[in-house]
Design a protein around this ligand. Sequence first.
Ligand code: HEM
Ligand code: SF4
Length: 501
Amino acid sequence: MNKIEALKSERDGLDVTEDLVRFAREGWRTIADDDKERLKWVGVFHRKPTPGHFMMRIRMANGLVSADQARLLGEITKATGRNIADVTTRQQVQLRWLTIEGIPDVIARLETAGLSSLQTGMDNIRGIVGCPASGLTPRELFDTAPIAAVFERIFLGNKEFTNLPRKFNVTITGCPDHCTGGETQDISMTPAIALRDGAEIAGLNVAVGGKQGSGGPRFATDLDAFVVPEEAAEVCAAIALIFRDHGPREARSRARLAFLVDEWGGERFRKELETRLGRALPPAGRDARGPATTDHVGIFRQKDAGLNYVGLKTPVGRVTGDQLLELARLSERYGRGQLRFTPTQNVLIPHVPDTLLGELIEEPLLKALPYNPSEVRRGLVSCTGTDFCNLALIDTKTRAMALAREFERRLESTRPLTVRWSGCPASCGNHHTADVGLQGCKVKVDGKIVDGVHVFVGGRGGRDPRAGQKIMEDVPCDDLPEVLDRLIRFFPRGERRKEEA
Ligand code: HEM
Ligand code: SF4
């Protein structure tokens, strides 16, 4: 039995909640290694590069937060987070630099505000990724945010779901622009149309077993099954429990659902799912995903006449507490007090009337978080890197911004281009499905060890996914502008929906 399986069988991760106050009283040095792992069940992560300091990961399905919730995150970030927080590619916010002494109070404040960090790490169902424009965009077949909310109510705080063999990622979207990167998730539900009693109905096709890390990307296997929105949460829960009961647990590197799906094949998996549900599932409906995707950056019309959502680009997900406070203010001044984080680390201000758009785009915050960034900046995503991640080989976020600035200096404009950085093979920055994917490594140059990357190109998600091909190895980061210059100038034109108002 591996170390993590052993600690789970000893005690459920969620039970560590009982010890939080004692840890806070006695200090971080008294927390045993097993308990440091268990703390991840409640969303509290000791960061080895910053001993004695913790990160907390806050879940928000579909990236949805209220102005009050964003204000609280901003206040905590300013008070105890050295004024930085990260927006992640699972639409979550990571609070930084917390000390164990302050964590019980932070958890209590989050709970009061309706936010939760529960089960955001280790062998749990992670933050549900869903279209951040759900309920807003005229493009969608239906709003999937209620499905994610129902599913969360099923598994949050429920010990039936807290001892999975490994992490478990779910995305649900009802929009043809499928911005959720479902192909590399354990469950991917995407929009589809089926015939029932002679009439067309909208629902979701189901694919399972996608991943990026644990030996490289594998795209989710289509189960040839169609579910209506009302049953989607129950189906997600049943799939998670199949994983719990049958997923391989011996080696951590081979424990993702992907390995079970490989062993069983889609057909057997589907049969097991039907047995669990106690009913047959109809075959997949007509795939309603379009050819192109969107990152939601820009100004977009909503369903409701005269209203828009404005998508702002963060610099590789890093925001300050002041910016979170200002976002909260802008959402109340120009919208209806709501914000949404996106899977490409951006943030939307919904419900902005036509009449206020001109004023909003003049707000000083929109210089730092632009709605109209350059194409290279627009497509930029980065994992955490050496700042806080002990697995990181390079400082991805700083490198990513420096490269983007260099290209903005060199090139007047580029075609739409996604450049994504991961600091190590774990691939948290989703670099395998980017136009240009950069994976951190160390390189020896003139006898000195320097930061470098392996370069992948031509990756994409969506209906016809393709993993990027590694075309270069061990490129020193300092040489990247030269090396990528030609590539970026002549990259084939990408397809991204543009419907700016
Ligand atoms: C062996 C595999 C992996 C390890 C050890 C690993 C480790 C980590 C660590 C340490 C962090 C937090 C760093 C920080 O910000 O403090 C992180 C964050 C993250 N990782 Fe991974 N990771 C792995 C695989 C993956 C894969 C395959 C994905 C999906 C592409 C992924 C997606 C993410 C995301 C989205 C975050 C940000 C937090 C979130 O919203 O969930 N990781 N990972
Ligand atoms: S990709 Fe590697 S370096 Fe980046 S956050 Fe994940 S584990 Fe850390």
